[in-house]
Ligand binder design. Structure first.
Ligand code: DSN
Length: 415
């Protein structure tokens, strides 16, 4: 007798929708740079009995009884995070990247203080100073940008701007920047102007863990990260810092920002750190970058323009202006063809963030499926065909078939 799903019995509507989403994820090529497929072990911990427990506070200093195993779990997660990233302190309680960033701000700034971050259309994040976000509403953001000709950061210019503006905190680490960041240069700038150095490694945390991207740990005062992108863990976040900053970070998360931690997710973070310490994670991280480079070169050789001219990471930013299609339309046409990516502004974009002139692609999820350089060449061909013929329904159907074929050859989970 096969086991009956408790979810199916209780709530058929949600069960059916999850089944549909599962099929959808299985049959489409996911190129959203911030997405990945967590392992079944990570999902088992996320869906575990730990969801029942209240554990406000920190291990051995809880406001509720009954946390002897929960304490062990959180301590294990903390120890693993510290070892994996080579940091003095880790807080594994942040529910999301945005709440980690809010806590980091409150740990080091007073409301109204000036800070500096990369402009959103140039690759920054909403929480790095957007006027519609807490960071832009409660604090005073000044921005730096990439250069018009190279579309790369110019550290001398950032230094000059920091000297002029004297921000209390400077953020580096972005969501749509395809080049490696010079963390040592940011440390020098921060020291010169007396600013706190905050690094948001959400996008490339897995690349750091896998040894294919430099670590900001020797330089940064605060490191924030999500755990579900290249790191391939559960949806959630973390903050790391030198031991000297531990207390202010911990206080900013609890009681400053959050109440009860999600211990089920913390257990899943511990599992993902464990997975990221295994030798095959290094191979995985290296393959993500190899795949991105091949995908970028193929797209470029077929006439698409790469912002900054190349990628050194897991992501590619395409400027579609010369192709006469907006990011929004390209995203929609690709979605119909079974290829999931997201529109994105390009530096100095003349279109709104809702429309955009760019498309952002990333290889972490496809690499988790086991795809390599050969598949990237095939996928580049499919992407270019759709972008050049966005209204050709027969072509999109054909591409969808090819995308499904690739997905079948590279299943997400080997059942
Ligand atoms: N995490 C961002 C991204 O997709 O890059 C969105 O917040």
């Amino acid at each position: 007798m096969s086991a009956v799903s408790p979810l199916k019995q209780t709530d058929g509507a949600i069960f059916d929708l999850i089944e549909k989403e599962t099929e959808y994820q299985k049959k489409t090529l996911r190129l959203i740079a911030s997405e990945n497929y967590a392992s079944k072990a990570v999902m088992e911990a996320t869906g575990s009995i730990l969801t029942n427990k209240y554990a406000e506070g920190y291990p051995k200093k809880r406001y509720y009884a009954g946390n002897k195993y929960v304490d062990e779990i959180e301590l294990l997660a903390i120890e693993r995070a510290k070892k994996l990233f080579g940091v003095g302190h880790a807080n594994v309680q942040p529910h999301s990247g945005a709440s980690a960033n809010i806590a980091a701000f409150f740990a080091f700034l007073d409301v109204g203080n000036k800070f500096m971050g990369l402009d959103l259309p140039h690759g920054g994040h909403l929480t790095h100073g957007s006027p519609v976000n807490f960071s832009g509403k409660w604090f005073k953001p000044v921005s730096y940008s990439v250069e018009k000709d190279t579309e790369a950061l110019d550290y001398d210019k950032i230094r000059k701007r920091a000297i002029e503006e004297k921000p209390k905190l400077i953020i580096c680490g972005y969501t749509a920047y395809s080049l490696i960041i010079d963390f040592k240069a940011f440390r020098g700038i921060c020291d010169e102007v007396g600013a706190t150095m905050m690094c948001d490694i959400s996008h490339f945390a897995g690349l750091i863990a896998g040894g294919v991207y430099p670590s900001p740990a020797p330089y940064a005062d605060i490191i924030t990260s999500t755990t579900h992108k290249t790191l391939r863990g559960p949806r959630g976040a973390m903050i790391m810092c030198p031991e000297a900053n531990a207390q202010r970070i911990d206080k900013a998360i609890f009681p400053g920002m959050q109440g009860g931690p999600l211990e089920n997710v913390i257990a899943a973070k511990a599992v993902c750190y464990h997975e990221a310490m295994q030798p095959d994670f290094k191979t995985y991280a290296a393959q993500i970058v190899k795949n991105a480079k091949v995908l970028a070169e193929e797209l470029s050789s077929k006439g698409l323009r790469l912002v900054a001219g190349k990628t050194e990471t897991h992501l590619i930013l395409l400027d579609l202006t010369a192709k006469g299609i907006t990011g929004r339309d390209a995203q929609a046409a690709l979605e119909e063809a079974g290829i999931i990516a997201n529109r994105n502004t390009v530096p100095f974009d003349t279109r709104s963030p809702f429309v955009t002139s760019g498309l952002r692609l990333g290889t972490p999820a496809l690499t988790t499926r086991g795809m390599k350089e050969g598949e990237m060449k095939h996928i580049a061909d499919l992407i270019v065909k759709v972008i050049e013929n966005p209204n050709d329904s027969a072509l999109k159907l054909k591409v969808r078939g090819e995308a499904e074929g690739l997905c079948e050859r590279f299943p997400i989970y080997k059942e």
